[in-house]
Design a protein around this ligand. Structure first.
Ligand code: ASP
Length: 581
């Protein structure tokens, strides 16, 4: 037997007992006549002691041959420590070793296996198995497991059935590029890896499964932005005989359960906001509502003077930065430079100081009087001591610039508290999105999303104005889930493909299976999918999803530990009928 106990459980109750532990050497302190070894496993650390007064010399000599990360088995007696460590559960005791077996030696690890490691990202990824030995990563993986368990239990208790859907499938157009897999047995033909199990979960509803979920890997061959993974995990869900309200309530329940169980905070009822309100008030379809600084549109009170910058702008918009009047002129100049960077792209910034005596001092005092500025303050809900920042330009652009500025100010003011959880439903998304480049409509969510019944008539006359029964769940400024009520009749589905520019033949070839299924009694249905990686990271109070994935890929989509992707040999290529020349 390698061990009778693990390294995290011994305490004063065990004093006097003979115990065997196995684990890794975390640290050795050699004081000559006494040697202490910290032994670590998944559960914690227990201090081993070897000393001249009580141990035999061979054992002491042997302890001195150990190195960091050696794997050892130690048997001994639990004794009370002379200097206790209140910071760890085993801090009152140590193990006076009577028998020591070295199970495996270790090379010196390339970085320290400590909470704060000296290893850079690349090294940590290359030796991820060592990284996983560190508390932070190990705890993150355990946390992820806990969330997955909570999800499974909650959904199972609510009659959801977990069903596995295939991984080798045919393209689903979800907006990203597919990863493809060549078929050896069908030369020249390819499977695609699912971007999501979308069509399968809908077919499960046609199949009468009623409530489905799956914790499932999805694959998208997107240009990798920071902190995106080409493979990621969804909590994918679908329900039959539901309206949007049923879905929102069900998954609000799930999300609240996750937030309360893992953080102890009950976020209460989730607020809702329409897509257009989110864009107007926050310039963003996933607003972070942990803090205010909502946009105030100033057109009415800013275009009546000789200030041509505003007069020539489609939209003039401001935010009130709490206590922003404390910023110096130099701070504000730096901020102006910040919004002018190409990443943000504003041409300039106007500011108004809200003074303690109720008057205003602005960078455009030449053009605007106290009455104008008072209007601005009212619209942006600015108080004495605040600083109003104003941007102007073309509506879409200025909204996204202001959104960036709002987030930056929140960051600088420490308002993005990872311990605060502010969920938000964003509803009433447009069904379609016009793409200037391809000069046609794209589905904003995906082509299976149902238009709002009351907008059905607009589909022909004004498709751009049609709203969908589509919703996103936003948590602290991140989209953590999104879904929709689906189309469940063939006529509407083919009308949709038509709008999206599919010929009838193309629609038939790609989605004939789904449209056929709709002809065999498809129930009304809808669903949602959550990004598990991001959800876990946010609930864990962190930003980077990579820290919550056991074996993540780097920003270039590479697994640098196993060195993938990599070339394959000519025989393999031939077998797959892939001629790369
Ligand atoms: N399949 C969708 C997605 O991956 C989610 C859904 O509509 O349920 O975003």
């Amino acid at each position: 037997m390698y061990r009778t106990h693990h390294c995290g459980e011994l305490n004063a109750n065990y004093i006097g007992e003979t115990i065997t532990l196995s684990g890794w050497v975390q640290k050795i302190r050699d004081k000559g006549s006494v040697v202490w070894v910290d032994l670590r496993d998944r559960y914690g650390i227990t201090q081993l002691i070897f000393d001249e007064a009580r141990s035999n010399q061979n054992l002491i000599d042997k302890s001195k041959t150990l190195g960091r990360e050696f794997v050892v088995q130690a048997t001994g007696t639990v004794i009370e420590r002379s200097s206790k460590n209140p910071n760890i559960p085993t801090g009152d005791i140590e193990l006076l070793v009577t028998d020591l077996i070295c199970l495996n030696a270790s090379k010196t690890p390339p970085f320290t296996i400590e909470d704060e490691t000296d290893g850079g990202d690349t090294l940590r990824m290359q030796y991820r198995y060592l990284d996983i030995r560190r508390n932070p990563i190990r705890n993150n993986l355990i946390f992820r497991h806990r969330i997955a368990q909570l999800v499974r239990n909650y959904l199972s208790e609510h009659d959801f059935i977990e069903v596995e859907t295939p991984v080798l499938i045919k393209s689903t157009p979800e907006g990203a590029r597919d990863f493809v897999v060549p078929s050896r047995m069908n030369p020249g033909q390819f499977y695609a890896l699912p971007q999501s199990p979308q069509t399968f979960k809908q077919l499960l509803m046609v199949g009468g499964m009623d409530r489905y979920f799956q914790i499932v890997k999805c694959f998208r061959d997107e240009d990798l932005r920071a902190d995106r993974q080409p493979e990621f995990t969804q909590i994918d869900c679908e329900m039959a005989f539901v309206e949007q309200e049923d879905i929102l309530l069900t998954f609000e329940g799930l999300t609240r359960h996750l937030i309360t169980s893992t953080t102890g905070n009950d976020p209460g009822k989730f607020p809702r906001m329409t897509f257009s309100e989110a864009m107007k008030r926050y310039g963003n379809d996933k607003p972070d509502i942990r803090f205010g600084m909502a946009f105030g549109e100033l057109n009415k009170f800013s275009k009546h003077k000789e200030f041509q910058v505003f007069n020539n702008s489609e939209l003039v918009v401001g935010i009130a930065v709490p206590k922003g009047n404390e910023l110096t002129r130099k701070n504000i100049d730096q901020l102006t430079d910040w919004v002018k960077r190409p990443q943000v792209g504003a041409l300039g910034m106007v500011y108004v100081r809200c003074l303690e005596d109720g008057t205003f001092k602005s960078s455009v005092d030449k053009f605007f009087d106290q009455t104008d500025l008072a209007h601005w303050a009212e619209i942006t809900v600015a108080n004495a001591g605040d600083l109003i920042l104003v941007l102007s330009g073309e509506s879409d652009k200025v909204r996204s610039q202001m959104s960036a500025l709002r987030m930056e100010m929140a960051e600088r003011l420490g308002l993005r508290d990872p311990k605060v959880f502010a969920p938000l439903w964003v509803v009433d998304f447009p069904l379609l999105e016009w793409d200037d480049e391809s000069r046609r409509f794209h589905a904003m969510h995906h082509p299976f999303t149902s238009p709002k019944p009351e907008h059905m008539d607009l589909l022909k006359s004004d498709p751009g104005a049609v709203n969908a029964n589509a919703y996103d769940l936003v948590l602290n400024g991140n989209e953590i889930g999104g879904g929709s009520i689906r189309i469940h009749d063939k006529a509407t589905q083919s009308q949709m493909f038509d709008l999206l520019g599919f010929s009838q033949e193309e629609a038939e070839a790609q989605f004939g299976f789904l449209m056929n299924a709709f002809e065999f009694g498809a129930p009304p249905h809808g669903g949602i999918a959550f990004g598990l990686d991001r959800l876990v990271a946010i609930l864990g109070g962190q930003e980077t999803i990579r820290e919550f994935i056991a074996f993540p890929k780097n920003n270039n989509g590479r697994d640098i530990m196993i060195d993938a992707p990599s070339p394959i040999d000519q025989n393999q290529l031939n077998e797959l009928s892939l001629n790369l020349k």
